[in-house]
Design a protein around this ligand. Structure first.
Ligand SMILES: [Zn+2]
Length: 306
């Protein structure tokens, strides 16, 4: 150990307990008016006529903080400061446990709780836990709407969503029926690999004109499972690899996404091209009219209820 490293180790030891306490901070805010402060696009259907009691807010906050602590333990690269904005919506989110989420920007999540979900807040907690594991995985990976670290292409979206879903499956012990993949999924995988890079995000991630739903999400889960089986790596180990590497491990040729899907976990937002790519993707989500808001997981939550 060099002198410098030794000094650093001691410094870390000395300030350790304090920085750990600071790092586990997650700010939870409840959006109770249409004009709440948020860095993303507010959802269009806030259920402002409904309110949460103080006791319900405490339960929600505890659940969010508990998941955040666990994710930070498993993935220490999680941003030091995280803000979670919780909103109530009228939309039917039964297919996703009554809760939908969105990773809007580095350190910034939106969580939507459905007021139409039977059983109220206690019944929503498992769905909230799942959504938090999924969205916090996106934050670690840098798969966010603003400040996204990835290039365009359905296979890249599929891999990132697949990782977040498999991680959430493992942590919660629950697999959503909406995420299960069909017998012919290997053909779906080949199909998305052959798509042009600007293929419609709405068609391939949410609802295809031919009637198939969530092709990208479900195929992504399959790709991650294949990569795990072929490599013996865990989902956490895979989460440190680029989309191209994961596609390769799944037996698909990811070389085309080497550049476009290049991912630097140490850097901030990627190139303009990446940002433009994402903007185009979200515009296509709007065009298919599933839900008129810019956000992938928001729509993900709505996909089986629209
Ligand atoms: Zn997602």
């Amino acid at each position: 150990m060099t002198l410098r490293a030794f000094a650093f180790a001691w410094l870390t030891l000395l300030v350790g307990p304090f920085s750990i306490a600071a790092q586990s901070d997650v700010l939870v805010q409840f959006a109770e008016t249409a004009a709440f402060e948020f860095r993303g696009a507010p959802p269009p259907d806030l259920a402002l006529h409904e309110t949460l009691s103080d006791q319900e807010k405490v339960r929600i906050e505890n659940e969010i903080q508990g998941v955040e602590r666990e994710v930070r333990r498993l993935m220490p690269a999680l941003a030091d400061e995280i803000r979670v904005t919780v909103v109530l919506v009228d939309r039917d989110l039964r297919s996703v446990g009554g809760v939908s989420g969105r990773a809007d920007a580095p350190g910034e999540l939106l969580i939507e709780l459905s007021t139409t979900f039977e059983g109220g807040v206690p019944a929503l907690l498992p769905g909230l836990s799942r959504a938090m594991f999924h969205e916090l995985h996106h934050l670690v990976r840098g798969w966010t709407i603003v400040g996204n670290r990835f290039g365009p292409g359905i296979p890249i979206a599929a891999v990132n969503e697949g990782l977040a879903d498999v991680f959430a499956d493992e942590q919660t012990g629950v697999v959503l029926a909406a995420n299960e993949y069909p017998e012919q999924v290997s053909a779906w995988a080949r199909e998305i690999m052959s798509l042009p890079v600007d293929a419609s995000y709405g068609d391939w991630m949410f609802e295809h004109p031919d009637g198939r739903r969530a092709i990208g999400y479900r195929t992504g889960r399959y790709i991650v499972h294949q990569a795990m089986a072929n490599s013996g790596k865990s989902v956490l180990e895979l989460s440190e690899l680029s989309p191209a590497e994961i596609l390769d491990l799944a037996g698909l040729d990811g070389s085309r996404y080497d550049q476009m899907g290049a991912w630097d976990p140490e850097s901030g937002a990627r190139s303009t091209r990446s940002a433009l790519g994402r903007a185009a993707l979200f515009a296509s989500v709007d065009r298919v009219g599933i839900v008129a808001v810019h956000g992938h997981d928001l729509v993900e939550g709505a996909r089986d209820s629209s």
